[in-house]
Design a binder for this molecule. Structure first.
Ligand SMILES: Cc1cc2nc3c(=O)[nH]c(=O)nc-3n(C[C@H](O)[C@H](O)[C@H](O)COP(=O)(O)OP(=O)(O)OC[C@H]3O[C@@H](n4cnc5c(N)ncnc54)[C@H](O)[C@@H]3O)c2cc1C
Length: 435
């Protein structure tokens, strides 16, 4: 009889684990509380368009993501594009897409630019991230780039992603971000090549669903797990609404805080560690426009604006994918208890559109065809000092119950490549080894 395994959460992590476990001969049941698979990488409907709920791009150096695409038989469906990056600073939009543009970047004098460039180069060469984990990011960047550059460039960029929690964050966060961008520029074509699968995550996820179904994986949607425990003979009980099912083994891929609530039988220390992970959330608007607002895939913003960046998807993806329209994302990263989560979608739309009007005089509300808001309270853990020592363990005190989730990314930023890597490593080091 094949061993039965339950996987809670059908995001990219749970899906990857389901694929590996079924190939290994497990009988897999995947429980997903949402009506569709994909989690943060899921797709949704914006007007007539079905596209990613949150902007997603794959880098040429994302070998784990590309391997999954290969295993699903769609690696040749990637499009690779050289994109441009913009900076909105002091009320002006400037290009920062190559060295020449960097040297003429207005808000910094030549010496500051040199120090900034050296900071990035130095970070790309550092390999011992554990030391950086002990240093506050503000201290590290100020020492390398200088006070003015920290205030003018680094601080707004850190606040854009981490909010005020940047003060408690370690230098390992900025190191990981720089490493990722550096890898993108220095792999393969020596240019910053960004990619997407034709059809977006809709294509990747539907392929995942087909392949898993062919392999006999049971995918249960709208299946919110309420409680998990162990039976006297060591099996794992999964409780969903009014039904309880028993498995040989179970893996939780939901956030650490959710995991802490689902398993009351864990040791107090484990619950403390799981519930102690502090997350950053997001409000992310998807907007369909009659015409693009800029030529930059990403526009970083250093001024005070209602959102923390602009992602012009049509600078990456052929507009024919969007029925000739332009798809723009406006993200705002916030703490899970931020009052913006209580605002209505209409209030957020009004706030964001007036922000765009003051940034881009040519922007016309009449061009907005659709506007839709996604709100997620737990996206990624705040990379506090010595984070790797606080990370929840994969093995729990309950035999045959495992927690494998993105809070276990210690030396990288949250992205699908890291997520898939966590799943692959955990599968080989823990789940596979048990057979
Ligand atoms: C705005 C944004 C932009 C991003 N951009 C990129 C990008 O450009 N490139 C990139 O590579 N990555 C990007 N990412 C990151 C990427 O989306 C994540 O790395 C990845 O999706 C995480 O997958 P996961 O499975 O670990 O978590 P999740 O996707 O969160 O999956 C967890 C799943 O568990 C389910 N669940 C939770 N509780 C229960 C329960 N009680 N019962 C049953 N199911 C439950 C949830 O519904 C969810 O589906 C982005 C993320 C965001 C938010």
């Amino acid at each position: 009889m094949p061993k039965e395994i339950a996987i809670v959460g059908a995001g990219m992590l749970g899906l990857t684990l389901a694929l590996r476990c079924s190939d290994q001969g497990f009988k897999v049941t995947l429980f997903e509380s949402a009506p569709e698979i994909g989690g943060l990488a899921s797709v949704w409907q914006i007007g007539d368009l079905t596209w990613d709920r949150h902007y997603h791009v794959t880098l040429l150096s994302d070998l784990q993501t590309r391997k999954i695409a290969r295993d699903l038989g769609i690696e040749d469906e990637f499009e690779w594009i050289e994109t441009k990056t913009g900076f909105y600073t002091d009320g002006r939009l400037v290009s920062m897409s190559n060295t020449l543009e960097f040297l003429s970047f207005p808000p910094l004098d030549l010496l500051s630019k040199l120090r900034l460039g050296l900071t990035i180069l130095y970070a790309s060469k550092v390999s011992d991230w554990r030391k950086l984990e002990q240093i506050p990011v503000e201290k590290w960047l100020t020492r390398l780039s200088g006070k003015r550059t920290f205030e003018k460039i680094w601080k707004p960029l850190l606040r854009a992603k981490l909010g005020e929690a940047y003060r408690e964050s370690s230098a390992a966060f900025i190191w990981a971000s720089i490493q990722r961008m550096y890898a993108a520029r220095h792999s393969g074509m020596k240019k910053e090549m960004f990619g997407y699968v034709r059809g977006g995550y809709r294509r990747l996820l539907s392929r995942f669903q087909d392949v898993l179904t062919e392999k006999g994986v049971e995918i249960r949607l709208n299946a919110k797990i309420d409680r998990i425990g162990a039976t006297e003979n060591g099996a794992i009980q999964i409780q969903e609404a009014n039904s309880t099912r028993t498995f040989d083994r179970a893996v939780l891929t939901c956030s650490a805080t959710v995991a802490s609530r689902l398993v009351p039988g864990l040791e107090p220390d484990e619950i403390k560690r799981l519930s102690g992970v502090r997350y950053q959330g997001i409000v992310c608007a998807s907007m369909l426009l009659k015409r693009p607002i800029s030529e930059y895939y990403v526009t970083n913003i250093t001024d005070e604006t209602p959102f923390t960046g602009i992602i012009e998807m049509s600078a990456l993806v052929d507009r024919r994918e969007f029925g000739g329209l332009s798809l723009v994302y406006l993200p705002k990263y916030i703490a899970p208890d931020d009052k913006m989560f209580e605002q209505s979608d209409e209030e957020i739309e009004e706030h964001f559109l007036s922000g765009l009007e003051s940034m881009y005089p040519a922007f016309d509300r009449g061009d907005v065809v659709e506007f839709k808001v996604s709100k997620v309270r737990e996206v990624f853990p705040i990379p506090v000092l010595n984070y790797s020592q606080m990370v929840p363990e994969i093995r729990t005190s309950i035999p045959n119950l495992f927690v494998i989730n993105s809070s276990q990314i210690t030396n990288g930023t949250l992205n699908v490549n890291e997520t898939v890597q966590i799943a692959e490593r955990a599968f080989h080091s823990v789940l596979f080894e048990l057979e």
